[in-house]
Design a protein around this ligand. Structure first.
Ligand code: GDP
Ligand code: IMO
Ligand code: MG
Length: 422
């Protein structure tokens, strides 16, 4: 039995979905433990492209079980749409997906409040996905949320929703936004509640029973380390613990049952939304966008792009306890003459080897770069480590060493076969 936590080591979109899909081959169960449908995990299987938001990427392998854990916030209408979309594409979603009774529910007032708060913030906005994630976790922490177990109990749900709509319409009124209709929300949520009821389970007990039988579990992280509510670049973060600890609290599997942490990182850096990004680079962004790459899977926004930043990934190793590294999108750098890596920040004469917590200081950070020669050879056909150009191997060894973990997977394209195991 072996349990593996997979986390993003940067600001999300590291290619977690692709790596999860590859690693699922060796697992029995895949669990999502935090976040909601703000996540967008793209997986290519053959010529088919799947974009998963709430359903674990493990669903694409028919014999595996998938769990949406207690730490996730679920928009049930959106989840039903996602399940229906997967069914249409021929994916099995029957008897292999389980939803935690205690996961919290995202409501239209959460989405509306998310949008209204962003408008009010103006130029200081976070650039959220407007999926209601912050307000839904806010309700959970304030103990005013509703859980899946409430959604699937019609009489309790009606009473709770009546109160919540009344309360939130008062708040929306204060924002100058239109109130929500109880009837409309109730009808849509009752319908999705009925659809989801067969999937709902005590997933903590289910996971522990499976572990008792020796099951191998993969914990699929969403977002990335620097979007973590505690360890990220606050307030430009999401509202959950995206770091390894979130896999424990979000599933009920304790830390002493975890065996390995895999960190996924791109060979460069991207970020969607606002917030600090010291190694951001317009030329890299243009190059990648012109290749049709780096557009968000959830909102379609162009991702901000920049050089690889080992201050970021080194700190990710520290807070997640990353053992193994999967480096993706190596092929994105194939055409460059020379490649920079940020190894520290400078503010005036002072050097920082970590991301300062002070917002003003953070915004003043100038990257300190080291330079690597580009390999200027396509890597997308490499299937073994020795197939990679020597300069690419040197670059990958260097960024893994700077990150402080063992390089075990290299990805040179979105497809399953474009994966090299070291
Ligand atoms: P996630 O949110 O971490 O699962 O990442 P996303 O799926 O949002 O974004 C990663 C993107 O890179 C997706 O479009 C993947 O299909 C793609 N991808 C993953 N690994 C590679 C790779 O090695 N090379 C290329 N070209 N694309 C990749
Ligand atoms: P995956 O799982 C990249 C970003 C948003 C915004 C901030 C807060 O695909 O890696 P939120 O809607 O969560 O309140 O937005 O977090 N963000 C992501 N960026 N990948 C994601 O997920 C993200 N989920 C949220 O762009 O900056
Ligand atoms: Mg993504």
């Amino acid at each position: 039995m072996s349990n593996t936590i997979l986390v993003g080591a940067q600001w999300g979109d590291e290619g977690k979905g692709k790596i999860i899909d590859v690693l699922t081959e060796q697992a029995d169960i895949v669990v999502r433990t935090q976040g909601g449908n703000n996540a967008g995990h793209t997986v290519l299987v053959g010529s088919k492209k799947y974009v998963l938001h709430l359903v674990p990427s493990g669903i694409l392998r028919r014999s595996k079980k998938c769990i949406i854990g207690n730490g996730v916030v679920i928009d049930p209408v959106s989840l039903v749409e996602e399940v229906d979309g997967l069914l249409k594409l021929g994916v099995k979603v029957n008897g292999n997906l389980f939803i935690s009774e205690t996961a919290h529910v995202v409501f239209p007032y959460h989405r509306e409040l998310d949008a209204q708060r962003e408008i009010l913030k103006g130029k200081n906005k976070i650039g959220t996905t407007k999926r209601g994630i912050g307000p839904a976790y806010g309700d959970k922490a304030a103990r005013t949320g509703m859980r899946i177990i409430d959604l699937v109990n019609p009489s309790r749900f009606e009473a709770l929703l009546r109160f919540k709509i009344k309360e939130n319409n008062e708040i929306l009124k204060a924002f100058g936004a239109a109130p929500l209709s109880f009837q409309k929300v109730h009808a849509a949520y009752r319908k999705s509640g009925d659809r989801l009821r067969p999937f709902v389970a005590n997933t903590v007990v289910l996971l522990h029973e499976a572990m008792g039988r020796g099951a191998d579990i993969l914990f699929e992280g969403a977002q990335g380390t620097f979007l973590d509510i505690d360890h990220g670049t606050y307030p430009y973060v999401t509202s959950s613990n995206t770091t390894a600890g979130g896999a424990c609290t979000g599933s009920g599997v304790p830390p002493n049952h975890m065996d390995r942490v895999v960190g996924v990182m791109k060979a460069y850096t991207t970020r969607v939304g606002e917030g600090p990004f010291p190694s951001e680079n317009a030329a890299i962004a243009d190059m990648l966008h012109n290749m049709g790459r780096e557009f968000g899977a959830t909102t379609g926004r162009a991702r901000r792009c920049g050089w690889f930043d080992s201050v970021v990934t080194g700190q990710a190793t520290m807070v997640n306890g990353i053992d193994d590294l999967a480096v993706t999108n190596v092929d994105g750098l194939d055409t460059l003459d020379s490649i920079r890596v940020c190894v520290g920040y400078r503010v005036g004469t002072k050097r920082y080897d970590y991301i300062p917590n002070d917002i003003e200081l953070r915004s003043k950070c100038e990257p300190v770069y080291v330079e690597f020669p580009g390999w200027k050879t396509p890597t997308d056909r490499a299937r073994k480590w020795k197939d990679l150009p020597a300069k690419a191997r040197a670059y990958l060894r260097a960024i893994a060493e700077l990150t402080g973990a063992k390089l075990t997977i290299v990805s040179v394209g979105p497809a399953r076969e474009q994966t090299i195991f070291l």
